[in-house]
Design a protein around this ligand. Structure first.
Ligand code: GLN
Length: 483
């Protein structure tokens, strides 16, 4: 059962081949057996999972189950879940029990899904390897000496290892797409504003977006149907109709215009990643697509602009962790100043402190115009690059990451780590959607093809990804895990 897609599991449940309790029990057993070596979960909510499963089975009995009824999911530990620890991968929130559900969690629960638990992540979603977690690194199920990518590495690893058929992640600069690529699964970063951020612990609010991580584009589409939509509690969520994302999945691709950004095939791209991506593009040509070269001239400014804007927003968002209302508090503070200082010194890890320092600096008087305002102007140019490209092509394609998964500990220099996001970060700055789909294996390490579309074009992206998955079997490859 652990090898099946969400769509297959949904059919099995509908046909009565197995119950949600049977499915859930078998996954919980797999998590017990395999997760100690992978470390993809921070919290497993066994009792709740079984209760959810029984409730879903009862609904099905009465003929009232929806499409997602009884399907088990895992949540990145950045989504608030009522009554369950929500740590954001930080010591700061190790003792934090969320008093309410994030809107997406609420919507998926309403759709009848089963919650298996909360997955491991880089602290406050800052990182590209999952090595910044207070709960220890996650191991890549394809090879335990490799990282799974980050910051949604726990979600990616859990799906790749067959511990959960699908999971939720968040993507601020690549955190859904890069781990999906490293673990050989499909991950969608929707348009900014498509999904409510209410109840998602904030990292960089103008960039953060939740999205599905699953085996296939079809599974991502099924989840999007439940996740997307306006939320009165998130003023940046967009009031715009939610299409049925599964409806046009099979639409033929003849005449599709694909743009290859020349900047995405230059220096720094590993040859084995480049050749897998070019092979994938050939598959699209054989399906009737037309390929042209395009340019996104401001690409090289994306990382510098992001590493001004994201830390600035983070320094503001993370100021709430002061030891007063919730989260970690230092022992015996001498006074208020001491409470703040020691609480934050003890509660945050090194990368988080680095970002708070950078962000506080760039927002401070005298530097704001030179750094923050300038970065916002650059952001505007980056967005315009994409808008211009989409007047000529329907989608853009390229690698999701410059390399395949690297060894744990290989990128001790933070700048080397930041360069991992070279192909993903501009997408968040522009607010457009992007999806990573498995497109090859190099030395038994998955390669991800990234497909980008215009704002609110996720239904089309899912169609483009799905048709590729009908023509190839990379998404069906699984890591070998000793039973
Ligand atoms: N790696 C990037 C960072 O560390 C992006 C992380 C993310 O998307 N959450 O900020």
């Amino acid at each position: 059962m652990h090898d099946k897609t969400l769509a297959e599991l949904a059919r099995g449940l509908a046909a009565g081949d197995f119950s949600s309790r049977e499915l859930t029990t078998s996954l919980l057993a797999r998590i017990k057996r395999h997760d100690p070596a992978i470390n993809s979960f921070i919290t497993v909510t066994e009792e709740q999972a079984l209760e959810d499963a029984d409730a879903a089975d009862a609904l099905r009995h009465r003929g009232e189950a929806g499409v997602l009824g009884g399907l088990p999911l895992a949540y990145k530990d950045i989504f608030c879940t009522e009554g369950v620890r929500t740590s954001a991968g930080s010591k700061m929130l190790d003792n934090f029990i969320a008093p309410y559900n994030a809107t997406v969690v609420e919507k998926l629960r309403h759709a009848g899904t089963v919650s298996l638990g909360k997955t491991n992540m880089d602290e406050f979603a800052m990182g590209s390897s999952n090595e910044n977690s207070y709960y220890g690194p996650v191991k890549n199920p394809w090879n335990p000496t490799l990282v799974p990518g980050g910051s949604s590495g726990g979600s990616a690893a859990a799906v790749a290892a067959g511990l959960a058929p699908a999971a939720l992640g968040t993507d601020t600069g690549g955190s859904i797409r890069q781990p999906a690529a490293f673990c050989g699964i499909t991950g969608l970063k929707p348009t900014y504003g498509r999904i409510s951020r209410y109840g998602m612990i904030a990292y960089a609010s103008s960039l953060d977006q939740a999205g599905p991580m699953a085996r296939t584009a079809e599974d991502c589409a099924m989840l999007m149907n439940a996740m997307a939509g306006h939320d009165a509690r998130d003023s940046t969520s967009v009031a715009r109709n939610v299409p049925d994302y599964t409806q046009d999945l099979d639409k033929p691709l003849n005449g599709l215009k694909i743009g290859l950004p020349v900047e995405y095939f230059g220096e720094g791209l590993a040859p084995e990643v480049e050749s897998a991506v070019r092979e994938a593009v050939k598959v699209y040509e054989s399906l009737g697509a037309q390929v042209i070269d395009v340019s996104l001239p401001h690409t090289r400014l994306a990382i510098p602009a992001y590493y001004v804007i994201a830390p600035a927003e983070a320094s503001s968002n993370l100021s709430r962790y002061d030891g007063v209302r919730f989260g970690h508090r230092c022992e015996d503070p001498a006074d208020l100043e001491d409470l703040y200082k020691r609480t934050r010194a003890e509660g945050f890890g090194d990368e988080v402190k680095r970002r708070i320092l950078i962000g506080t600096h760039t927002l401070s008087e005298g530097f704001f115009d030179a750094y923050y305002r300038k970065a916002q102007q650059v952001r505007r140019l980056i967005r315009q690059d994409f808008l211009d490209a989409f007047t000529r092509v329907d989608v853009l394609m390229g690698p999701a990451a410059p390399t395949t998964a690297f060894e744990l500990g290989a990128k001790a220099d933070p700048v080397q780590m930041y360069l991992q996001d070279i192909y993903t970060i501009a997408i968040n700055l522009a607010g457009i959607p992007g999806i990573s789909v498995p497109a090859g294996l190099a030395d038994n390490r998955p390669v991800g093809l990234q497909i980008l579309g215009p704002h609110f074009g996720e239904a089309h992206l899912l169609n483009v990804a799905h048709v590729y998955q009908q023509a190839t079997d990379w998404h069906q490859r699984r890591p070998e895990i000793k039973e």
